[in-house]
Write a protein that binds this ligand. Structure first.
Ligand code: GGG
Length: 351
């Protein structure tokens, strides 16, 4: 029997509430009948850990995570106590240290889920955003000169490498080839004429290797507009780190809300563990009320199983979630009345 060691990093706010449900569901589909076992390594990091130790994560946090087969993350951030860039730093560090360069964020409007766009249903909203996750605007290169003074200078430099662009575009081409064959690369090369012009060149360099994929490019402003105007024209989007972050909140809303939006931070070479997390953040406004939607975390768990790989168990989870949503059940963000744990119960009951 395969045994996988999974690190669970619930984090802050609703992270703990939704991760608890994801762990329940994952535990249910594992076991001797499925042919694999999950061993959990819970890490209590985040704002509560900082209150006790003065640090959001311990010094050896990467060493603790490294031997795991995968990481299940909840959410990070509690801005009343700590600046968001402090609580987010370990998450970005994990992505970079473990070379999790492919952030995969599917956005599919499921039957039964109320959509926000008139005349755009499940047939029209089914896309995947691949966000470059290791470089770009998130490398945090820069600094502040004369902080707080009127003549302060702050520099935040984005770094894009040809190798990094090539590998994320290849990932997108490969995925588009397995889906509907449409790749859209999103940049802003008309206004940012160095890095994003290199992105354009790499797209042209690779295009000929994928005759089965139609590849086009859009500037990020046009892509945001077109996602709302004609989402059915998108299949696979590849975007830089920041643009991917922006577009996946938009895509998540088009697919019914961030409470439903899962994601991966994948190291495709499997040299390091990959990490799975809901797209949403810690939602301090509803934390502790037991009303957060656990579906994004549960579907992130299904993506984790796909990666292990245990695709049959992943499919069972997706089917159970789809049945619950098709029956019109949901948490308040979906217009429903179920609590976080009742939503978990409903999914467990259909497994
Ligand atoms: N689910 C993880 C989480 O809390 N994300 C909040 C966030 O703002 N993440 C920034 C990012 O994904 O780059």
């Amino acid at each position: 029997m395969n045994r996988y060691r999974i690190a669970v990093y619930p984090g802050d706010g609703i992270g703990g509430e939704v991760t608890e449900q994801a762990v329940r569901v994952l535990q249910r589909v594992a076991g001797p009948a499925a042919g694999f076992e999950l061993q959990w390594h819970h890490v209590p990091w985040g704002v509560e850990f900082w209150k006790r130790s003065g640090q959001v994560v311990p010094d050896d946090f990467l060493e603790q995570l490294r031997p795991c087969d995968a990481i299940l993350l909840g959410a990070v951030g509690w801005p009343d106590l700590l600046p968001d860039h402090v609580t987010l730093a370990p998450l970005v560090r994990i992505r970079q240290a473990f070379d999790q360069y492919a952030c995969v964020r599917p956005a599919r409007l499921l039957p039964g889920v109320p959509g926000v766009l008139a005349n755009k249903g499940p047939e029209q909203i089914d896309l995947v955003v691949i966000r470059e996750n290791s470089e770009g605007e998130y490398v945090n290169a820069g600094g502040r000169l004369r902080p707080g003074r009127d003549d302060e200078v702050a520099i935040q430099t984005a770094i894009h490498t040809r190798r990094g662009v090539r590998r994320i575009l290849r990932y997108g081409f490969d995925l588009a080839g397995r889906r509907r064959g449409q790749l859209t690369m999103v940049t802003k090369s008309n206004a940012m004429g160095h890095a994003y012009v290199m992105w354009d060149e790499v797209l042209e360099e690779l295009r000929g290797e994928y005759p089965g994929v139609r590849a086009d490019r859009q500037h990020c402003d046009a892509a945001a507009m077109n996602l709302v105007r004609c989402p059915e024209r998108f299949d696979v989007i590849v975007a830089s780190n920041l643009f991917g972050d922006l577009l996946t909140d938009l895509a998540g809303i088009l697919a019914g809300g961030l409470g439903l939006a899962p994601s991966t931070n994948t190291n495709p070479e499997r040299t390091f563990p990959s990490m799975f997390e809901p797209v949403h953040g810690s939602a301090p406004d509803i934390a502790g009320q037991g009303i957060a939607n656990p579906v994004a975390a549960i579907l992130s768990g299904a993506m984790l199983l796909d990666h292990l790989p245990q695709p049959a168990a992943a499919a069972r989870i997706r089917e159970a979630v789809e049945r619950v949503l098709a029956e019109g059940l949901g948490t308040p963000d979906l217009g429903g009345r179920l609590s976080t744990s009742e939503m978990g119960d409903a999914i467990m009951a259909r497994l």
